[in-house]
Design a protein around this ligand. Structure first.
Ligand code: NOJ
Ligand code: MG
Length: 601
């Protein structure tokens, strides 16, 4: 009996042994599929860029105007928000006709904003916190108070042709008549031509009268532009946002010195002083300009290699059609340009009336036209455009921030988007924007004014939203700061800021930094974005962009496997992060957005 038991045990032992052996052998033989190794990304390729409008971010000295020390004191906020780089609108010496975009000294800091030492301190602290600093670079024009303009107007040798100077167009009927050289219209309304008594010629300005356009056909101007960039690279700048590039060149006059007129657009609602009255074929997108951008890229790359630093970036501000926009990346000859041109499609092509199909179409539009091997980017607002929740709907803030953070490439946030700041009201009396003052009056100035998107940042619910201790701030603080402010959102269990923090953290997930994408409209109003990478968790955003509840099926969605875990939900959603979703459809409230995590594909 004992023997039988023994031999059965021995037999079982042998079988188990053999099975274990075979399984082990199989395991050793069959390689377990490892998730793919992730290529290292350069710092800028998947970062979040936070745009600071220095005048409105934080005032340190109580004069009602934001400044560099103010920015430096709040850099921790940017780290806390999870951004990787800040871009500051111009901080250079300026008479402030266009709030810093009219530079009088390209090598100095504007006194209201501080000193060069303040700038150096800002850069040093930012770098020590791991933040990159991108400056605004304004090559198209200079203030008429700049030494360049003063010398050019005086025809000082070397400066005669620094700007675009032109004689009056001859009037055959009256030789004493001083006609403007052409019918070109400035971006801020009125003729681009301004008479200089001193030089007895017109100069060209595509923006305000006080912003004279440089002449980019002059080699000395091109050289000086590179000098300016080099100066700031040496000061520690990590790159440049390049202003108004489409306007660098204008058509030259014919052999008799006559400039061609623009064709008329035929828009009968506009008067001859308004941009849009003509079709701009002579003052923007001229092919010469792309070569200048490629040369700048070469210049900063050369500097970077000589100095063995991290990448220095060039980001092009260009409102242009898609073909011209993509030329900023580089051309078919292999010349390389900006790291990216800003993608303004969410500003120019979508609004509160857009449905999910419009969103899917517009997202794919950029990704389809972008030349292979380049990095995409997404912009939802800036200091020239009505704020994101005002252009769309306030209940879409978390969904739009989710889109920004989950789409492939770089996310750009304009200060305040992380807390859902809306346009502030600025009365006609308080209006300071040249675009509104030039083109509007008391009845219609809000159609042109950029002041509403530039009102001060809401830090907390104290005086002036914690922006300044001054009695009067340069623009009024928006009235809704008691409800919408950073401190309140830090204190609340759920807030736009907390959603934003979850989203910026999520960007470290391999599917988001390195994965592929799938975008579709599940219904007319529910948008779906999936990010997936073999071997890694999949992420999906479902976002009802409509203004009523909507139901969408999730069962035929590619790359999505159940169970799904909610990782971010909009503030007004009945769901919270951690909820598990197992059913094949989802019902979303108006504006509701949910980010889901699923098993690897
Ligand atoms: C674009 C800037 O963003 C805007 O604020 C400015 O007025 C124009 N360029 C002119 O510099
Ligand atoms: Mg100040």
């Amino acid at each position: 009996m004992c023997n039988r038991v023994f031999s059965i045990a021995l037999g079982t032992g042998l079988v188990v042994g053999v099975v274990v052996g075979v399984v082990t052998w199989l395991l050793v033989r069959t390689p377990v599929e490892e998730p793919p190794r992730l290529l290292d990304l350069d710092w800028w390729e998947h970062t979040v860029i936070y745009q600071i409008y220095p005048r409105s971010f934080k005032d340190s000295d109580g004069d009602g105007i934001g400044d560099l020390k103010g920015i430096t004191s709040e850099l921790e906020h940017l780290v806390d928000a999870g951004v990787g780089a800040l871009w500051m609108s111009p901080v250079f010496k300026s008479p402030m006709k266009d709030f810093g975009y009219d530079i009088s000294d390209f090598y100095d800091i504007h006194e209201e904003y501080g000193t060069m030492a303040d700038f150096e301190e800002l850069v040093a602290k930012a770098h020590s916190l791991g933040l990159k600093v991108i400056l605004d670079y304004v090559p198209n024009h200079a203030s008429i108070e700049s030494h360049y303009f003063i010398k050019s107007e005086a025809r000082e040798p070397g400066y005669e042709n620094y700007f675009v100077w032109a004689d009056p167009r001859p009037d055959p009927e009256n030789p004493n008549n001083r006609l403007v050289p052409s019918n070109w219209i400035s971006q801020f309304g009125g003729t681009v031509w301004e008479w200089s008594e001193k030089r007895q010629q017109f100069y060209l300005h595509q923006f305000a009268i006080e912003q004279a356009d440089f002449n980019f056909r002059e080699q000395a101007v091109k050289d000086e532009m590179v000098n300016i960039m080099t100066f700031w690279l040496e000061k520690g700048a990590d790159g440049f946002r390049v202003d108004a590039i489409p306007h660098l060149f204008e058509t030259e006059p014919d052999e008799n010195g006559i400039y061609p007129d623009e064709p008329l657009s035929g828009n009968m609602f506009l008067n001859p002083d308004q941009p849009g009255y003509t079709t701009q074929v002579h003052v923007r997108d001229l092919k010469e300009l792309y070569v200048v951008v490629y040369d700048w890229k070469t210049a900063i790359e050369t500097w970077r290699w000589n100095n063995r630093t991290d990448a220095k970036v060039l980001l092009a501000e260009a409102y242009a059609n898609i073909i011209n926009t993509m030329l900023y990346y580089g051309d078919e000859k292999g010349r390389s340009g900006a790291h990216f041109p800003f993608n303004f499609d969410f500003i120019t092509s979508l609004n509160a009336n857009s449905n999910a199909r419009d969103f899917a179409y517009i997202i794919k539009h950029w990704l389809t036209y972008m030349p292979k091997g380049n990095v995409a980017n997404w912009v939802f607002g800036n200091h020239d455009q009505s704020r994101m929740p005002s252009r769309f709907r306030p209940n879409m803030v978390d969904g739009l921030n989710s889109l920004n953070m989950l789409l492939p490439g770089v996310a750009v946030t304009y200060q305040g988007e992380e807390i859902g700041m809306r346009d502030g009201f600025v009365s006609w009396e308080d209006t300071v924007d040249v675009a509104a003052i030039n083109q509007g009056d008391e009845t219609n100035y809000l159609d042109y004014s950029r002041d509403p998107c530039r009102t001060p940042y809401h830090w907390n619910n104290s005086t002036n939203a914690g922006f300044s201790t001054s009695e009067k701030t340069w623009l009024p603080v928006a009235e809704d700061y008691m409800e919408i402010n950073l401190q309140a959102q830090k204190d609340a269990d759920r807030s736009h800021f907390k959603v934003y923090q979850i989203l910026t953290r999520l960007r470290k997930e391999p599917a988001l930094s390195h994965g592929s994408y799938h975008v579709e409209a599940l219904t007319a109003n529910t948008l779906l974005l999936i990010r997936y990478l073999k071997g890694y968790d999949t992420y999906a955003l479902v976002f009802n962009v409509g203004d009523e509840p909507d139901i969408a099926l999730l069962n035929e969605v590619p790359f999505l496997k159940f169970p799904l875990t909610m990782v971010a939900t909009s503030v007004h959603s009945p769901r919270v992060p951690g909820n598990i979703h197992t059913i094949d459809h989802i019902e979303l409230d108006a504006g509701e957005a949910i980010v889901l995590k699923g098993p690897p594909t």
